[in-house]
Design a protein around this ligand. Structure first.
Ligand code: CO
Length: 134
């Protein structure tokens, strides 16, 4: 069912510092910061030849990554995103296999303008999984 790795998201306490690390130390191509108020994050996209890295910094009081950063002060891998061809079919198949879909189970439009869902980390080896329809 899952296809390509779309991105790995890393939550960071200091987006400017993390961006400079990827740009200057790792020599990666980085985007300008993009505020995503609907998702409670500011994002920097890092384009790699085969996938993307997204650096996420909390935005606003109810950021979904605030708790994660409380527990992981230096930041850390927050989620991995796999591509699927049909998100509703993928959701139904996952639920039928016992996987928990977070939220109300309805896809939301993600940072790339495409429908996404998140799957419970306890069902996926401790890793928060995002699926994105491409
Ligand atoms: Co993501």
């Amino acid at each position: 069912m899952i296809g390509r790795l779309n991105h790995v998201a890393i939550a960071v306490p200091d987006l400017a510092k993390a961006t400079a690390l990827y740009r200057d130390t790792l020599g990666a191509k980085v985007s300008a910061p993009q505020a995503e108020p609907a998702h409670g994050v500011t994002v920097v996209f890092i384009e790699l030849p085969n996938t993307k890295i997204e650096l996420l910094e909390p935005l606003g009081a109810n950021s979904p990554i605030a708790k994660f950063l409380e527990k992981n002060g230096e930041g850390g891998i927050h989620h991995i995103c796999y591509e699927v061809a049909d998100i509703l079919a993928a959701r139904d198949q996952l639920k039928a296999k016992g996987a928990r879909v977070l939220g109300d189970g309805q896809p939301k439009i993600g940072a790339h303008g495409k429908p996404v869902l998140f799957l419970h980390p306890k069902d996926f080896n401790g890793a928060l999984v995002e699926i994105e329809q491409v």
